[in-house]
Design a protein around this ligand. Structure first.
Ligand code: UD1
Length: 354
């Protein structure tokens, strides 16, 4: 049996496609939901919509400082594994959240191999909690699946060369597979009143952009100078803070969206402003220009031809990037949309050969 540990929104999307592929190839899986994300709109909506197999347990960890949150996860994941009656062949981890890190600390000490999907990504900014989570997870992983060749080379430069595979990005699998289903189920008018290409999207949740009021206010103020309305599905982290701020009429705040709603919003948008990792790639696949409100990105391939422009939180840089014209042809980054198929084949060969 494979034991998967997930807990935050982007992990639900990735697990949806890999869990399906595991089932199709005949590998048994159990899922632990750490409960890092717990609001309905951050969690259960995704499980229902994406048909993710029910978790064997929800640890209901919730929010807290990083040490506190991760420590609670470590303790409970360890207890779960020690009491498990099934033979766990490997632990499956995704990305770079505190839920990923918790699994990476517990499993090796119980001598259970670690599989890491989205390995080898680096922002080279150790102030991001995600960077610490990635480095530690990769270091203890036994099987590493990368989204691109650059990630493979990064791991190589850190001395990690065995059992590293470039399979492409599982989020591309999800983007392709769920894109059509979303179109059939949801109309743009179910989400807001604007027409195709007549609005932009903003998402913002990184602590570096949202923890300090001045920084957040500066970013929010930019949207007065943008020539189209911008739809902003607000992460709960930001929602509480933003209520006290001056918000331009041009910025339309809405609740967090489901994955299908987000795909529809994206497919019809003009341009994307974001500090999320996943949305930078999704913008690329949807053929939309992306303005990334960060000083660096792990998804460096998207910077090619200015498809994605880094602006930090400086207003002028954000506005300049928005008005830049960009009509260049895109290539196929991050694989062919069959990453999950490749991943489960390799998992089967390695851990289920008998
Ligand atoms: C986490 C991940 C980040 C990922 C993001 C996706 C870490 C370190 N970060 O960031 O890499 O891109 O998820 O969304 O794991 N909150 C709620 N309800 C929820 C979830 C969160 O109110 O359901 C609020 C709480 O105030 C909480 C804050 O959001 O303290 C931060 O949540 P947390 O999961 O710690 O980090 P994210 O910012 O969501």
């Amino acid at each position: 049996m494979i034991l998967t540990i997930i807990g935050a929104r982007p992990q639900f999307v990735k697990a949806a496609v890999v869990s399906k592929a595991l089932k199709e190839i005949g590998i048994e899986e159990e899922i632990i939901h750490t409960g890092q994300h717990y609001d309905d709109k951050m969690s259960s909506v995704f499980w229902d919509e994406l048909n993710i197999p029910k978790p064997v347990i929800n640890l209901n960890i919730g929010s807290g400082n990083h040490g506190f949150q991760t420590a609670k996860m470590i303790e409970q994941i360890e207890t779960f594994i020690l009491n498990s009656k099934n033979k766990i062949k490997a632990i499956l981890l995704y990305g770079d959240t505190n839920s990923t890190l918790a699994g990476a600390i517990v499993a090796p000490k119980l001598h259970i191999p670690v599989i890491h999907i989205e390995a080898g990504l680096r922002s080279f900014n150790n102030k991001m909690p995600e960077e610490i989570n990635r480095i530690i997870t990769d270091r203890v992983s036994d099987l590493l699946f990368c989204s691109s060749e650059k990630s493979v080379l990064q791991l190589k430069s850190e001395g990690i060369i065995q059992n590293v595979y470039n399979v492409g990005d599982v989020m591309y699998d999800a983007f392709i597979n769920f894109g059509e289903i979303a179109k059939a189920k949801i109309k743009l008018s179910d989400i807001h009143k604007f027409k195709k290409n007549e609005y932009n999207i903003l998402t913002l949740h990184r602590p570096s952009n949202t923890d300090e009021n001045d920084v957040l206010q500066q970013i929010i103020s930019v949207f007065e100078k943008i020539n189209k309305p911008t739809i902003f599905p607000v992460h709960p982290r930001v929602s509480r803070k933003i209520k006290k701020m001056n918000i331009s009429d041009n910025l339309k705040l809405i609740s967090p969206l489901s994955y299908f709603e987000m795909l529809i919003l994206l497919q019809n948008a003009n341009k994307i402003f974001t500090d999320s990792g996943g949305l930078q790639k999704e913008a690329y696949w949807a053929n939309k220009d992306c303005i990334t409100i960060r000083e660096e990105t792990e998804w460096i391939e998207t910077l090619e031809n200015d498809f994605n422009i880094l602006t930090g939180n400086n207003s002028d840089r954000i506005i300049d990037a928005y008005y830049k014209k960009n009509i260049k042809q895109r290539t196929n980054l991050y694989g062919d949309g069959k990453a999950s198929e490749k991943i489960v084949k390799i998992i089967k060969q390695k851990y289920f050969y008998d």
